[in-house]
Design a protein around this ligand. Structure first.
Ligand code: KIV
Ligand code: ZN
Length: 546
């Protein structure tokens, strides 16, 4: 088994992460996340579950082609491996292969459950059948692809002796990576260490050509601790997601594992290929696309991760940064580079700042970005990277405009009822205007939008925050809406499909405009999903992937 001092980072934000309720992303958003992951140095990108739907397959295929290959005319600059998940059957494996085969480094990732509970109640297979299926399907995947990963689902609750046998068969059939999932987040760090140690020592055929991987869920809040324990035991691949998003309580968070290995280097003595200065940027991108807000006290990327409130702490920090900070904020990208732009600042400065931040825009896009930038520079003196990031997300990384906000007028305050007049351009290019009253300006605005769009939904979450300090800060709004109107006459499957959660993001100096944009973006996603179908993973297939 390969014991090097390098830990491969396998990101599954686009597969396991996208399975969090409401984390549904459009394929353009998925592509942008994949690009950002590649730029940040992720070794393997799990781009999706191609058998879930034709949309999912197509989204994975685009990532394989566009992110899994070096740009034309450039040498192989270390493109990431692109993988797609497949249940252990030929049809899933064929679809995964169809989706990833055009990547320079494709990998098929197949899985089958090995715990008593899953074999008996879910698979209805006995131990012998599971062993046989694993060896047949890994061998089949190997006929298509030289790089095959196998995961015994629910390994955390599986009998270790049985795991050694199954994993030995997977090696015999050609698996090159063995990923050990704690699917339901049940184990403790000690137990997980022993599990990985036992697998490395007792699996027949284990050699230095095999990579042992860990994949932990956070149901007991132990995912990062378990992942690090597995790495200490010899695992050299960690499966993680940005912001720790994923099924139920989520997956292990990429940023926590990477920064633990970096900050406690003397303890672990291990390296990753992640350029940590990009962590915050990618975290914000994923949060904006999914509408899943990062809790302020979240390690590494939360808004308060480097904030010091208590007087004693502030006093210590003024005396020396290391009194209360174990990491430098700039190492995770909290450097708030400011770009002082006035009316006379040019496109060139904007282009080079955006390029340094990792955005390469074509001329048309740069025109749009510049117009938004000028508009902002007229109202705000100092523009930070965070402001630019929000404007870029607002302008480019939003779903296609089915409805587009053309105008908004709001009156509110203590004298009279809050009223909003909204002007939207619709899919038919026609302009729709509606005025509504509400309990507050956001309520009035959302009611006016609802009256035009007529798309039943429930607002589950509304979050607003200022991107930077100061009274002239940009306001950033994220919302999560649930489609459906609670129609009890619908059959259960239809209702599940119909009641999915969609996120939206908006940024503007006017917080009501930002609120309207976020809501319209979420509604546009809902409309696109219902009319064209958007990657439906868990609900259409009656299979819950951990
Ligand atoms: O948690 C899990 O078991 C998974 C596998 C499909 C790898 O996500
Ligand atoms: Zn999982």
């Amino acid at each position: 088994m390969s014991i090097t001092n390098y830990v491969k980072i396998f990101d599954t934000t686009l597969r396991d992460g996208e399975q969090s309720p409401g984390a549904t992303m459009t394929s353009a958003e998925k592509l942008e996340v994949a690009r950002s992951l590649a730029r940040m140095g992720v070794d393997i990108i799990e781009a999706g579950f191609p058998a879930a739907s034709p949309d999912d397959l197509e989204a994975v295929r685009r990532i394989a082609v566009e992110v899994g290959n070096p740009p034309k005319g450039e040498p192989d600059a270390g493109v990431p491996v692109i993988t797609g998940l497949a249940r252990a059957n030929k049809s899933d494996i064929d679809k995964a292969w169809e989706a990833i085969q055009d990547a320079q480094k494709p990998r098929i990732h197949t899985f089958l459950a090995t715990s008593e509970i899953h074999m008996k109640h879910k698979l209805k297979m006995d131990a012998e059948e599971v062993i046989q299926r694993v060896s047949e399907m890994v061998a089949y995947a190997r006929t298509l692809c030289a790089d095959v990963e196998f995961s015994p689902e629910d390994a955390g609750r599986s009998d270790p002796e049985f795991l050694y046998v199954v994993l030995g068969e997977a090696i015999k059939s050609g698996a090159t990576t063995l990923n050990i999932p704690d699917t339901v987040g049940y184990t403790t760090p000690d137990e997980f260490y022993k599990l990985i140690d036992g697998i490395i020592k007792n699996t027949p055929g284990m050699s230095e050509n095999i990579t042992v991987s860990v994949h932990c869920h956070d149901d007991l809040g132990l995912a990062t601790a378990n992942t690090l324990a597995g790495i200490r035991a010899g695992a050299r691949q960690a499966e993680v997601t940005i912001n720790g998003i994923g099924e139920r309580a989520g997956n292990t968070s990429l940023e926590e594992v990477v920064m633990a290995l970096k900050t406690r280097h003397p303890v672990f003595g291990l390296e990753t290929g992640i350029e940590t200065k990009q962590l915050l940027r990618v975290s914000r991108l994923v949060s904006n696309y999914t509408g899943i807000v990062v809790q302020p006290n979240k390690a590494i990327v939360g808004a308060n991760a480097f904030a010091h409130e208590a007087g004693i702490h502030q006093d210590g920090m003024l005396k020396h940064q290391t009194t209360y900070e174990i990491m430098r904020p700039e190492d995770v990208g909290v450097n708030q580079t400011t770009l002082v732009m006035g009316k006379h600042s040019g496109r060139h400065a904007l282009r080079s700042r955006l390029a340094a931040m990792g955005h390469s825009l074509d001329e048309g896009e740069l025109d749009k970005a510049f117009a938004r930038f000028k508009e902002l520079a007229d109202r705000k003196k100092v523009i930070t990277d965070a402001d630019l990031e929000a404007v870029i997300a607002d302008e480019f990384y939003r779903p296609r405009d089915v409805y587009y906000l053309e105008g908004l007028q709001v009156s509110c305050g203590t004298l009279g009822l809050p009223t909003a007049t909204v002007r939207l351009r619709g899919p038919d290019r026609a302009v729709h205007v509606h005025a509504s009253m509400g309990s507050g300006p956001v309520d009035a605005t959302y009611k006016a939008i609802d009256a035009i769009v007529k798309m039943p939904n429930k607002l589950l979450e509304f979050n607003i925050h200022a991107i930077t300090e100061g009274i002239d800060a940009l306001g950033e709004v994220t919302v999560r809406i649930q489609s459906g109107n609670g129609d009890s006459t619908m059959d259960a499957q239809k209702e599940i499909e119909f009641s999915r959660v969609y996120g939206g993001h908006g940024a503007d100096m006017d917080i009501i405009v930002a609120s309207a944009r976020a809501y319209i973006n979420a509604i546009n996603k809902l409309i696109i999903a219902q009319t064209e179908g958007l990657q439906v993973v868990q609900n259409n297939f009656g299979v819950m992937l951990g």
